[in-house]
Each structure stands twice: as structure tokens, then as C-alpha cells.
Design a protein around this ligand. Structure first.
Ligand code: G3H
Ligand code: 13P
Ligand code: ZN
Length: 321
């Protein structure tokens, strides 16, 4: 089916307290792995592309690739600009065919963030494109941070209320202790779940959790076994997803876990089969390994089975055997 904006999917997730996965992609293997898995599980799904992904692949290539795969299945799929840095890039992506955008003005003071988000929301809504914004700064909650300092970077519920009312965004990314990449927590996993609940009660709109990769040990161990280097990486555990979703998170962003699965897979294949030089064999295995990660995540999010009959209606296998 054609790509969709997130409005209806968000409404259902918001009402029924489940989350939709945003999986970041910038090539064909990732795209196919995500769409094939979501279709098999009958789940709506979001493909995210950052500014660097757009720079790497080209907005028009990303749109063409995602649309080609989406046309073969009957689940709602959105192509979303992740951490859009400017109105100009938002405009370029909407013109290319993205159906959802994030404008990330979180580095601005509140007034500046409201201004740029409102500008994007006014524009995007004319094209039925959904808008996510961010308030607060992503970062770990360490023991030695004082309460005042913690409040300075985690999302403030009062500010959030004003921000959403004045900017007109459809969904809000909240800072509750996660951060991007593989190194999220030094020791204990600390997330401010109560803050999610408070913000949800005040705003009532879909909330987004960035920096949500789990950085699974079996994948980091595999990476290391085949020559990769990654020091004491720690991510968001499965039970934290459940808790965050039960408090009001409706979209969960995952990039690092797919990158780790891909790289560990390629390293293993190249190490074990040095005679191999067919990229399809190397990348095909990596695609299969990404599928395992996406499957596990979608099952965790509660979005599996939300699209009735989806898996039966796939026209052809998007990923050849
Ligand atoms: O939020 C950040 C995403 O993981 C995107 O990363 O800018 O390297 O594409 P990237
Ligand atoms: P991870 O780095 O935890 O995968 O987070 C991805 C993300 O938030 C993309 O916006
Ligand atoms: Zn992010």
C-alpha cells in the first residue's frame, strides 16, 4: 500500500498503549529486512532516515526504495525524517515523498524550538505529513548529577505543555535518560518512567523514545569475536520498553541495534568464509540477521498483529529466499 502519514497509526497506539518501531535505514538490505518482518508480523512500521542517511542515499532513492517495498505489502508504513535539522531539509524530504518528519530544535532555547517547530508543522500539515518534535536533551542520568542539573536536560512537563500547544506538533520526543549510540549507561539502567507518565497525562499526545537500542550482549560478543571493538556497551533492556510503553511511549527509535547486527554478521561471514566475494551472500546473511533483531523488537512493542490479515496478503516475497 502507499506510504501513510502517522496520524491514524498514532491515534490507535495512543489510545491502546502500544508503540510503533522506527527503524533507521539507508540501504536496501535494512529496508527489506524491516518491511518484510513488519508485514509478517502484521505490524505498522516506520522507516527512519537521518540527514546523514539522506546525504548518503539521496532522499529520492530512499523514497523509491521504501515505496517499492511498501507497495508489495498491506501494512501502514511511514517514511520519516529523523532529527531533521532545518526547515529546508524537511521541505526537501516532503517534496521527495516522506510522510512524516521530525524537526529537532532541542538545542534551541524554548522560544526558538517553538518557532522552528511551528514553522515546520504549519508547512507539513498542508501535505498531511506528521510532525515530531523534541524537547529536552538526551543523556544518561548519572548518580553524581544533582536534581537541578537533571531537570535542566530532562523534558520539563510544564514546558512540554506550552511547547505542544504553541508549536502544533503531533508527537513529542522526550528526554528521560536515554542517549544515542551503544554507550548509554555506565552501570545501572536509569530511566525516568514517572516523567513519561506525568508528561503523557498532561499532553495526551503520542510520545517518542529516542536512543532506545538494547545493545544486546550476544551481538556485541559476536562483533568482538570476529575482530570488532566495542567497550562495555550497554543499552535499554526489554523490560524498560514494556515499562516505558505502559506509561505512554508510542514510538521507539532503533538504529544502533541494526547497525551492530549488520556489522557483526558481515564480520562473521568474511572471517568464516574468506573465499567469498559475492556481496549478495555477505549482505544477504546480514539482512537475515537484521530480521531477527527487528522481529524481537516488534514483538516487544505490542504492535504485532495490529494489522489484521496483513501477513496473508503479501503479494510476493519482498526478500527472495
Ligand atoms: O539519532 C540518530 C540516529 O542513530 C541516526 O544516526 O546520523 O549516523 O544516521 P546517523
Ligand atoms: P539508538 O542509537 O539507541 O539506536 O537510537 C536511535 C535513535 O534515536 C534514532 O533517532
Ligand atoms: Zn534519535
Amino acid at each position: 500500500m502507499p506510504l501513510v502519514p502517522l496520524r491514524e497509526v498514532y491515534a490507535e497506539a495512543n489510545r491502546d498503549y502500544f508503540a510503533i518501531g522506527q527503524f533507521n535505514v539507508s540501504n536496501m538490505e535494512f529496508t527489506q529486512a524491516v518491511i518484510k518482518t513488519a508485514a509478517e508480523l502484521g505490524s505498522p512500521v516506520i522507516l527512519g532516515a537521518s540527514k546523514d542517511a539522506v546525504k548518503y542515499a539521496g532522499a529520492y532513492n530512499l523514497v523509491a526504495m521504501v515505496k517499492a517495498e511498501a507497495d508489495r505489502v498491506n501494512i501502514p508504513i511511514a517514511l520519516h525524517l529523523d532529527h531533521g535539522p532545518s526547515f529546508e531539509l524537511v521541505k526537501e524530504c516532503i517534496e521527495a515523498g516522506f510522510t512524516s518528519v521530525m524537526i529537532d530544535g532541542s538545542h534551541h532555547p524554548l522560544e526558538g524550538n517553538i518557532k522552528v517547530t511551528k514553522e515546520v508543522a504549519d508547512y507539513a500539515h498542508k501535505y498531511d505529513v506528521t510532525v515530531e518534535a523534541e524537547l529536552g536533551r538526551l543523556g544518561g542520568i548519572e548518580d553524581d548529577i544533582k536534581v537541578d542539573a537533571k531537570d535542566a536536560f530532562l523534558t520539563d512537563p510544564d514546558e512540554a505543555e506550552r511547547f505542544v500547544a504553541e508549536s502544533g506538533c503531533d508527537a513529542l520526543a522526550v528526554a528521560v535518560g536515554t542517549s544515542h549510540g551503544a554507550y548509554k549507561f555506565k552501570d545501572e539502567v536509569k530511566l525516568d518512567f514517572d516523567r513519561i507518565e506525568t508528561i503523557k497525562k498532561r499532553l495526551g499526545i503520542p510520545l517518542v523514545l529516542h536512543g532506545a537500542s538494547g545493545v544486546p550482549k550476544e551481538i556485541t560478543e559476536k562483533l568482538k569475536k570476529y575482530g570488532g571493538q566495542i567497550a562495555d556497551a550497554k543499552g535499554v533492556p526489554d523490560e524498560a520498553y514494556r515499562n516505558a510503553i505502559s506509561r505512554g511511549i508510542n514510538k521507539i527509535n532503533i538504529d544502533t541495534d541494526l547497525r551492530l547486527a549488520f556489522t557483526a554478521s558481515v564480520r562473521k561471514t568474511l572471517t568464516e568464509k574468506p573465499e567469498l566475494f559475492d556481496p549478495r551472500k555477505i549482505l544477504g546473511q546480514a539482512r537475515d540477521d537484521i530480521i531477527e533483531v527487528v522481529r524481537h523488537k516488534i514483538q516487544l512493542l505490542g504492535s504485532a498483529g495490529k494489522v489484521k490479515g496483513a501477513s496473508n496478503k503479501r503479494q510476493k516475497d519482498a526478500v527472495p529466499a
